[in-house]
Design a binder for this molecule. Structure first.
Ligand SMILES: [Zn+2]
Length: 415
């Protein structure tokens, strides 16, 4: 018997890797914290944000006011819009090159820099080290995303230290948004601990050295978090806009499309066409690995978000999950080529990371899926989705953006 318990309102279970609890009414902590979005005084919270950033404004315009981590996708436009247009700050935009770049992501990033007229820095860690680490973390933790998660969470902090810019401004806090780890009123800030435990699956750069004899100091040093002495000397802190603004990614992306021509693209493994359009693998191979390890994939995250915002019912959400989660990932040949592995080897490694709780093997080579969506009670019914909802998630572009289905290693940009 499975001991997995589900929230009565959304589709998350008590097995959520970020940790989630159900209250006496069977409603999860994520749904409860989401209720704050409709009860908090967001006007007052915005004023609190204005007061918070005030001391960080450069007095003589000779340095940046803050750092904003960006990519060619996922809330980047909205964050820069709030920081530059609404708070009136002068940000330094920083990007970690994830190498699985789509032409659309490169286009979105170039368009972002031009539209908002911001200075930008990009970090390109040498591809040999990135490939070495990816190979090791895929084998050991079933993750092709460790270097990307490590790079995009550490490069902004390193830049803050190097350029002496103490304030880093992030978008929403994943632990708050998904599982209600904190209240908005806790005004939680960036920490080394959260990055290690959740973003990096418990492994910091130095831990990789002790696990893998294939990796050397020269491979991992770029992913090392600055030490407390350096951080304290500059007074580095990272704040989350989601604590001060009623966070709604769907509405925000639609505003960014209207105002700044943000480019969106359809994915086979989810219905949301706004997130992750800068990467060929996040919503494909990476998402399939998530399903193998955790028994649910990104479409469940997207459906829970939409259920909580009241745009779909629980039954409709479950229907969407069942429609998308078993779809085979696309762009696998590009990954095999980049990694230099055969398809069979990749399949072998991926099978080893299938969580026995959700995957049974009745016969050799045959797998039976028993993940979250198969344990849920109640009907699923996606056919009754509002036309308004399905029309909203219509992509205005494709990942290729009229170009080849090829990773762009270093993109100069073409708006
Ligand atoms: Zn819930």
């Amino acid at each position: 018997m499975s001991n997995t318990q589900f929230c009565k309102r959304c589709l998350y279970s008590t097995d959520h890797p970020l940790g989630l609890i159900l209250d006496e009414e069977g409603i999860c902590s994520g749904c409860r914290i989401h209720e704050e979005k409709d009860t908090l005084n967001w006007h007052a919270r915005w004023h609190a944000l204005e007061a918070l950033v005030k001391p960080y404004r450069s007095s003589n315009s000779s340095n940046y006011d803050c750092i904003v981590p960006v990519s060619g996708a996922q809330d980047s436009y909205y964050i820069v819009h709030l920081v530059k247009e609404r708070l009136g700050l002068n940000p330094l935009l920083v990007t970690y090159n994830k190498y699985f770049n789509t032409p659309l992501g490169i286009r979105n990033l170039a368009n972002l820099r031009i539209r908002f007229n911001c200075d930008a820095l990009c970090q390109n860690v040498n591809p040999v080290s990135v490939r070495n680490i990816t190979r090791s973390t895929l084998r050991q933790f079933g993750s092709i995303y460790w270097p990307i998660l490590a790079g995009q969470t550490v490069f902004p902090v390193q830049t803050a230290v190097r350029y002496k810019i103490p304030l880093i401004i992030w978008g929403a806090h994943q632990g708050l948004e998904q599982v209600g780890m904190f209240s908005h009123e806790h005004e939680v800030e960036m920490t080394r601990r959260y990055r290690k435990d959740h973003d990096l699956m418990g492994y910091e750069a130095d831990d990789l050295l002790t696990i893998f004899d294939t990796l050397k100091e020269q491979d991992i040093w770029q992913y090392r978090y600055p030490d407390d002495y350096e951080l304290n000397a500059i007074g580095v802190r990272g704040i989350y806009l989601g604590n001060y603004v009623r966070w709604d990614p769907k509405a925000q992306h639609e505003e960014m499309i209207r105002k700044y021509q943000y480019g969106s693209a359809a994915f086979a493994r989810t219905f949301d066409c706004y997130d992750y359009v800068d990467c060929f693998n996040y919503m494909n191979l990476h998402d399939q690995l998530k399903l193998m390890k955790h028994g649910f994939s990104k479409v469940t995250d997207h459906a829970c978000r939409e259920i909580r915002h009241g745009r779909i019912t629980r039954e409709q959400g479950l229907g969407l999950v069942r429609r998308h989660e078993q779809v085979q990932p696309e762009y696998v040949p590009q990954f095999l080529d980049w990694m230099g592995v055969a398809e069979k080897s990749l399949q072998f490694i991926m099978d080893q990371h299938k969580n026995k709780k959700y995957w049974k093997q009745p016969e050799f080579g045959q797998w039976e899926y028993g993940g979250w969506s198969t344990l849920q009670h109640g009907a699923s019914c996606e056919s009754s989705l509002d036309a308004e909802f399905t029309e909203a998630f219509q992509a205005n572009s494709k990942l290729e953006n009229g170009r080849e289905e090829k990773y762009i290693t270093v993109g100069k940009g073409f708006p």
